[in-house]
Design a protein around this ligand. Structure first.
Ligand code: GLC
Length: 680
């Protein structure tokens, strides 16, 4: 049974029970349980409310916390000792930029700790300069507070700085998982950090270290794969984003976020809606045993914390139903004290900050006060409460939490733990010394060098599923006939989190489409006819680029019949794409089908039979030439499936290892499948 989640019992016995439970889970994870820092240490802090006396020694007029020569711990202790309760709680609140952009005075009056850009929330003109000017304008408001604590600015740089027009847009994680190239993924993290920080934000809500187990989940594309070992191998992206310890204060690094803790990719598919605002699988319930949850949900986190020193963690919208039979009482991760405080902070020794997901605490039971109390006491340190009016958001969060501290429902030790973590991150990012954007790397945003790395990642992410009669690589002497809905669609090939939250088929960003890459790769005539209505030359090599339209979260869930209103994704070929395949494959000399999607698509046997070669292209991003590089043999095919490719939808969930667990495993293409070719 889980630690009573809504307990406010901070007695010694409760803490002991928490330690025991954490030890149990830590053992399941194969971890030595670290001594849990005692909450007593801060009991003395309970009466620090006044906050006007300083605990540090003075160097002349400059207060201790401003002395960059001192260790961060000492600076944090000094600053914490100076803060009032209001200043502490302000640091725990994060607003959305649209809410404060017209009037930044609330940043100063409330002493906000952070501002974010939600998906698609961009400055008036979407340029690096406008971004940096925007972030710096908010920063100026933060520095006008009594203690001048700088602001953290966060953004979802999940495949490059996707909100910024002109940024280098990399393949989404599922394609990077197909590359199996941990060194390249680290390089991608570094470039992402450069292009993010040079435009202002110092914090990326990335990477998702989710382990996607049911491809009907609309966020499968954000996962490096279905095997936690592959996900762990790709965590080098964190080193790219943050650099090594002590490098967070450089202009080419950002604070990274391991998300969504834990079990976001482990939720069960719901055949019928329980709540019209729900989605079939996103933000659902993990109905698994302790062992399965440890193996598939928690296992990416020890390395993220201990090996890669992740600076922040974001709890998942999902719930875990912890009882063995999976029929018990699912608890939302945002209120899961045993897993956030017990396992993550104590057993794993995570010292960074825990940031709630977007209004996630509003999904908890009870009143807003109940929700704030449960999530703060669970161990969340900063709250993504984006709005200030209707719906309820950061101002109400601040007043509610203040009330909870004054009544003792939330102990001062919890507030001090949260603020200590937040201040530590800000000192490590160098924000007290350099609060404003360092623009020295701004002109590298979208540079040829960055795009060349993205192009290489696209090539390495392509998975060759079938290749009859060695159709690929294509000759450069034969004419090419290109068709399909995703051949000339930058929006489709970039996917979600690109300029807008959900992305759009019509989205245009600088870069090269797959068609453009083909046209650059060969001097032979290239015909493009999206619906294959133009005549198909009998001697042409046909290339039909099919797949999904973009999505980011819930709308990407595969909508079963009873879910039609919510989702439009089917994991099936559209009629137009199927028609284009049939037309081209019946008339051209050879036909190759490229699937541009965030996950496997169901391919009927007759389609697999009629095509000569089949490629999983995933969501390549802005550098479509990488696809042509392997199509025409400039690079070899080396990619391998990061997820199992099912024959039919009702095989889901189907994953590597099923057979060893007594489940049937008869996919169209197994996990790890991928043919290779040689360079031409
Ligand atoms: C979203 C996502 C999360 C993202 C956050 C801020 O709902 O769940 O991954 O970081 O909100 O955009």
């Amino acid at each position: 049974m889980l630690f009573p989640q809504h307990s406010h019992d901070h007695s010694r016995s409760a803490r002991r029970r928490l330690a025991v439970l954490s030890a149990t889970t830590a053992t399941a994870l194969g971890l030595a349980v670290l001594a849990a820092p005692s909450a007593d240490a801060d009991h003395g802090a309970r009466h620090q409310g006044s906050g006007h006396h300083s605990t540090g020694h003075h160097h002349g007029s400059r207060p201790t916390y401003r002395d960059a020569r001192l260790p961060t711990k000492a600076r944090v202790a000094d600053l914490l000792g100076r803060m009032t309760l209001a200043e502490k709680i302000g640091q725990m609140a994060q607003a959305e930029r649209a809410d404060i952009d017209a009037d930044t005075s609330q940043i100063t009056s409330l002493g906000l700790g952070s501002v974010l850009s939600g998906g698609g929330s961009v400055p008036g003109s979407n340029t690096p300069e406008a971004w940096a000017n925007m972030v710096d304008r908010y920063q100026r408001a933060a520095l006008q507070t009594r203690l001048g604590i700088p602001l953290l600015y966060g953004v979802d740089s999940v495949h490059g700085h996707g909100n910024l027009d002109g940024a280098t847009i990399f393949p989404h994680n599922i394609g990077l998982g197909a590359s199996r190239d941990a060194r390249l993924v680290k390089k991608i993290g570094h470039i992402t950090a450069i292009e993010t920080r040079a435009s202002g934000p110092q914090w990326a809500f990335a990477p998702c270290i989710c382990v996607a187990r049911d491809d009907r989940w609309g966020r499968t594309y954000e996962s490096f794969g279905e095997d936690p070992r592959l996900v762990r191998r790709m965590e080098t992206v964190i080193d790219g984003l943050q650099g090594r310890k002590g490098q967070l204060d450089r202009p080419d690094h950002v604070l990274a976020t391991a998300k969504h803790y834990a079990g976001d990719g482990l939720t069960s598919y719901r055949d019928t809606p329980t709540d019209p605002n729900d989605y079939p699988i996103d933000q659902g319930v993990d109905e698994v045993s302790h062992a399965e949850f440890a193996r598939l949900a928690l296992s990416p986190y020890p390395d993220a914390v201990r090996k890669h020193h992740i600076g922040s963690v974001m709890p998942s919208f999902s719930s875990v139903d912890w009882t063995e039979d999976g029929l018990g009482n699912p608890i939302k991760m945002s209120a899961n004290r045993e897993l956030i405080t017990g396992v993550l902070k104590h057993a794993l020794g995570f010292q960074g900050l825990v940031i709630s997901d977007w209004r996630a605490i509003h999904q908890l039971p009870g009143t807003y006060a109940d929700q704030v109390e449960a999530s703060v006491n669970a161990g969340i340190d900063m709250f993504m409460e984006p709005f200030s009016g209707d719906p309820v958001g950061y101002p109400q969060f601040i007043s509610t939490l203040t009330q909870l501290v004054n009544t003792g429902a939330v102990p001062m030790s919890r507030i001090n733990d949260a603020v200590r973590r937040i201040l530590t991150v800000k000192f490590k990012l160098g924000l007290f010394e350099h609060p404003y954007t360092d623009r020295s790397l701004m002109d590298t945003i979208g540079s040829r060098a960055h795009r060349a790395v993205a192009r290489r990642a696209v090539a390495e992410s392509q998975v060759l599923l079938t290749n009859k009669r060695r159709t690929l690589p294509l000759s450069k002497r034969a004419p090419v006939y290109v068709a399909g809905g995703s051949a000339n669609s930058m929006g489709n090939q970039a996917g979600g989190w690109t300029l807008t939250w959900q992305g759009s088929p019509a989205g245009v960003i600088p870069g090269t489409t797959i068609l453009g890459g083909i046209q650059q790769a060969t001097n032979a005539p290239v015909t493009f006819s999206q619906d294959a209505s133009a005549p198909v030359p009998a001697d042409a090599n046909g290339v039909v680029v099919v797949g999904e339209t973009p999505y980011a979260e819930g709308p990407g869930d595969v909508a079963g019949p009873s879910w039609a209103p919510n989702g439009v994704q089917t994991m099936q070929l559209s009629a137009a794409d199927r028609a284009a395949i049939d037309t081209v494959c019946s008339q051209a000399a050879t036909c190759t089908v490229l699937v541009v999607s965030g996950r496997p698509i169901i391919l009927p046997p007759e389609v697999v039979d009629e095509v000569d070669s089949l490629v999983a292209s995933w969501l390549p991003g802005s550098e479509g030439q990488g696809v042509a590089d392997v199509l025409f043999g400039r690079e070899p095919f080396t990619g391998r499936l990061p997820v199992t490719w099912p024959r039919t939808l009702d095989q889901e969930p189907i994953n590597v290892g099923d057979a060893a667990r007594g489940k049937s495993y008869d996919p169209l293409f197994p996990y790890g499948w991928g043919l290779t070719t040689r360079r031409r």
